[in-house]
Design a protein around this ligand. Structure first.
Ligand SMILES: [Zn+2]
Length: 427
């Protein structure tokens, strides 16, 4: 039976890897071909210089080439953890340390799960370092230093322990004690924990990594306040974040729940966009909220989580599953780790569906922004500016973007806005 499990797993795993590699190669070829034809999409012609376009192509190709290596490397890491004796070693280690902790603390399970997470995180470092200090550096985006990079990692590790230990304790305890319906209790616990994190993130976690300051008085602040009033959107504050300490890439987001929501604008975004365009970006974000996109995504992920936990419950005592990956006997912590590893290849095919849903939301939020500002122009201009400044890929392969992109391409978004706001999208 172990053999069947291994064969089944390997076929899913290799199928995923193959699809990823083929999509990446198709994308690279497509981008090269479009660049040779000089095929700048509509909406961007005469908006960027040949040099800027060539730079965005080079950036896309460099990232794709790293991805080619990273896919193989990550695949090997994955196989090594599952078949290279890592899991049984960690299990022995966790058992030998168990005596150091009082009984009932789920120490074996917590040490085992954290050990796996730590190994995976350390092995991910080479790709991250290369992406940040070679590729981002070469294209002028990187602002972080090796010192800051590793300080971030150490802080992240500390935060991970503070968040991870009670989380693992809760889930493992419920698996032990909550009886046959443990998976429903675990679902409620995980969902509740996520909400707690959403509340804790803006005030407790994010400030450990970045500086947040209330947005300075001025036109942008006044107009954002007017916009939130117009839309009946309550937020506890508008902040700028020093994103520029790490990268010149830009972004904007909301965090928190209910009346405690915060609007966060990267300092890089404020620098790159005119007031009208910044306002359009914000209206887009409020659109996600107003049209209940966030809630809908939460429901979808909730249903998937519940289904996943139910399946996990069915496999909990299935010995061959554990033996296939070197674990002598079924255990709850072993099940959690195997589940998180095997979940990827098993749900790989759901990703395009999730992205499809997300892309629909993006179109809706763009149109919401255009309608709110009674003009499609600023949203279009914001997309043009952000795409150029971030050197985004202007011509992804359609299959690649369908598979991987949670957002439609900028050209697609601009076309959609102009279809509705034909008269006003005159930029
Ligand atoms: Zn969006």
């Amino acid at each position: 039976m172990e053999q069947t499990v291994v064969i089944l797993f390997l076929s899913f795993f290799l199928a995923e890897l193959l699809v990823e590699i083929v999509l990446n190669e198709m994308n690279l070829n497509y981008v090269r071909r479009e660049s040779d034809r000089g095929a700048i999409p509509e909406g961007f012609r005469d908006r960027l210089t040949t040099q800027e376009y060539q730079k965005s192509v080079a950036y896309t190709l460099a990232k794709g080439q790293l991805r080619r290596c990273a896919l193989v490397y990550d695949g090997l890491v994955f196989l090594w953890v599952l078949f290279g004796g890592v899991l049984p070693y960690l299990e022995r280690l966790a058992r030998s340390w168990d005596g150091l902790f009082p009984s009932g603390t789920q120490a074996i399970g917590i040490i085992f799960c954290l050990g796996v997470a730590l190994i995976v995180a350390v092995l991910a470092l080479p790709s991250e370092l290369f992406a940040t200090f070679v590729i981002e550096q070469r294209f002028g985006f990187n602002r972080t230093t090796l010192g800051l990079f590793f300080t971030d990692k150490i802080k992240g590790l500390a935060v991970g322990l503070v968040i991870g230990i009670p989380f693992l304790f809760g889930v493992l305890w419920l698996m032990d004690r909550a009886g046959a319906a443990w998976w429903i209790w675990a679902f409620l616990f995980i969902f509740g924990y996520q909400f707690l994190m959403v509340v804790a993130y803006p005030t407790l976690i994010a400030p450990l990594f970045n500086k947040f300051e209330p947005l300075a008085e001025g036109e942008l602040r006044e107009r954002i306040l007017a916009l939130t009033r117009q839309l009946g959107f309550t937020a506890s504050g508008i902040y700028t974040m020093d994103g520029s300490t790490r990268s010149t890439h830009s972004n904007a987001y909301f965090t928190g729940l209910g009346k405690a929501k915060r609007i966060v604008l990267f300092d890089t975004l404020i620098k790159q966009l005119a007031v009208d365009q910044g306002l359009a970006v914000l209206a887009h974000e409020i659109g996600h909220y107003k049209m209940k996109h966030i809630r809908r995504m939460l429901v979808v992920t909730g249903v998937l989580l519940l289904a996943g936990l139910f399946i996990l419950g069915l496999l909990l005592d299935y010995g061959p599953l554990f033996r296939a990956f070197g674990l002598a006997a079924p255990s709850h912590y072993g099940a959690l780790v195997l589940f998180s590893f095997l979940g990827g290849p098993a749900t790989f095919y759901l990703r395009p569906l999730m992205n499809f849903l997300s892309r629909r939301h993006e179109y809706e939020a763009d149109l919401f922004a255009a309608k709110t500002l009674e003009n499609g122009g600023p949203m279009v201009e914001a997309l043009v500016q952000l795409t150029i400044k971030n050197l985004a890929n202007l011509t992804p392969h359609p299959w690649y973007s369908a598979y991987h992109y949670s957002h439609p391409t900028p050209a697609e978004r601009i076309r959609a806005i102009r279809q509705v706001h034909a008269s006003s999208g005159s930029v």
